[in-house]
Design a protein around this ligand. Structure first.
Ligand SMILES: Nc1ncnc2c1ncn2[C@@H]1O[C@H](COP(=O)(O)OP(=O)(O)OP(=O)(O)O)[C@@H](O)[C@H]1O
Ligand SMILES: [Mg+2]
Length: 334
């Protein structure tokens, strides 16, 4: 299955439209292409509603794509059925933002972590649960307790243990630390780093928190209004952003930790990084969706959508004026 020359995950021209109750169509994902290599962590950032969760859930086939391809180890899930599909699904697992909502409060932790093993008929669940608890830094006796007996950070360790149960090749983590206190966030981030080193995990790490994404990712993708607008190695993205939106996002951090905590308490996602409104998803503009907020916008930006294109090796941006971005808005690194 694991041919080293084939990317672990290959997403091609992925589109997801939702139909709202009013009948309006929402383009939650608009032609997203992305690969994840073996052992790589790709961070995805962007403001609330830009399509990050939809991307994760579509890759997981928790929602069906409107069009496009998703290949894991070169195999398109859509071409599989029955036992082959079930086996392929084991390769990708998800960790969600809310470690309480995602754990069944009526089940003991041992049962929760063993569930995927039972579903897939894997023998030796009890020993595997003990191994997984140890891997995520929890004591073996945790198996006999209930989720409410644990702190938020410990519950996220339980969720990670369950995601690892079937030895997946790729984990999609959707805001895995956003609900946690800042001090606990760094413990979970360190855990993810050590699991990566020990297990050679690949990951898509979704977050609205740029500093977290910078810390964990090899490459970072920036989403805006359902599109990937920039994709680059982490250092290149933070030091030489080539999309004005990325530039604006970077200019909005770092902020004092107490402000970030206050915003989280207020339930806000990433604060608006630039003045102006995000377009109505049911009525997208003809050109670049960022043009209305963009300090560099010129007439062609309102007429034609810029494609995601290479600006240097391994660095792509979807902007007609990408050459002028870094020069106009110098970014001081954190
Ligand atoms: N089931 C659904 N039905 C209709 N529209 C949806 C559905 N799920 C998401 N959307 C819409 O799709 C767009 C993308 O939503 P998504 O949840 O993927 O964003 P997100 O980037 O994860 O946001 P957040 O940072 O708030 O989690 C939004 O406009 C949202 O309202
Ligand atoms: Mg989301």
């Amino acid at each position: 299955m694991s041919d080293e020359t084939v990317p672990l995950l290959e997403v091609r021209n992925l589109v997801k439209h939702y139909r709202e109750a009013s009948g309006a169509r929402v383009r939650a994902l608009d032609d997203v292409s992305l690969t994840v290599r073996r052992g790589e962590v790709v961070g995805i950032v962007g403001e609330s509603g830009c399509g990050k969760t939809t991307l994760g859930r579509t890759i997981m086939r928790l929602v069906e794509p409107t069009s496009g391809e998703i290949r894991v180890d070169g195999v398109d899930f859509a071409s599989l059925s029955g036992a082959k599909l079930k086996a392929a699904r084991r390769r990708v697992q998800m960790v969600f933002q809310d470690p309480f909502g995602s754990l069944n409060p009526r089940h003991k932790v041992g049962v929760i972590i063993a569930e995927p093993l039972v579903v897939h008929g894997v023998p030796g669940a009890k020993a595997r649960v003990a191994e997984l608890l140890d891997l995520v830094g929890l004591p073996g006796e945790a198996a006999g307790r209930y989720p409410h007996e644990f702190s938020g950070g410990q519950r996220q360790r339980i969720a990670i243990a369950r995601a690892l149960a079937l030895d997946p090749a790729l984990i999609i983590a959707d805001e895995p630390v956003s609900a946690l206190d800042v001090s606990i966030q760094s413990q979970i981030i360190n855990l993810i780093g050590s699991l990566r080193a020990r297990l050679g995990l690949s990951m898509i790490f979704i977050s609205h928190d740029l500093s977290v994404v910078r810390h964990v990712s090899d490459r970072v993708g920036v989403m805006y209004f359902g599109k990937l607008v920039e994709l680059a190695p982490t250092s290149a993205l933070f030091e030489r952003p080539r999309h004005p939106y990325t530039s604006a996002l970077l200019a909005s951090v770092p902020r004092p930790v107490k402000d970030v905590v206050r915003e989280k308490r207020a339930g806000a996602g990433l604060v608006a990084a630039a003045p102006g409104e995000i377009p109505d998803p049911a009525n997208p503009p003809p050109g670049c969706a960022y043009a209305a907020r963009c300090p560099l916008a010129e007439p062609r930006c309102r007429e034609a959508v810029p494609p995601l294109a290479a600006v240097e090796t391994g660095h792509e941006a979807a902007c007609w004026r990408s050459g002028e971005v870094a020069a106009r808005e110098p970014i001081t690194s954190a």
